[in-house]
Design a protein. Structure first.
Length: 75
């Protein structure tokens, strides 16, 4: 049995960031169009739940998952 991939910490240099910005900042997607499509299609989860709000405010400790990888928002 394999272990799930570890959650990677991504330092945002502040307290909050929008979900769409975070996906680009973390290097998961490279354009706003790709970000919008992934979110609308329900491919992104925040803290384990599908989130379709590109402008959702992420806070320190939130975990974003996309394509089998997960990332924790850090200061």
């Amino acid at each position: 049995m394999t272990n799930p991939a570890a959650t990677e910490d991504v330092s945002i240099g502040g307290e909050v960031i929008r979900l769409g910005q975070f996906l680009k900042f973390a290097g998961l997607l490279d354009s706003g169009g790709n970000v919008k499509e992934a979110i609308v299609d329900g491919l992104v989860t925040v803290n384990g739940a599908v989130d379709r709000q590109r402008g959702r405010q992420l806070r320190i400790g939130d975990v974003v998952a996309f394509e089998g990888r997960s990332f924790r928002v850090c200061p």
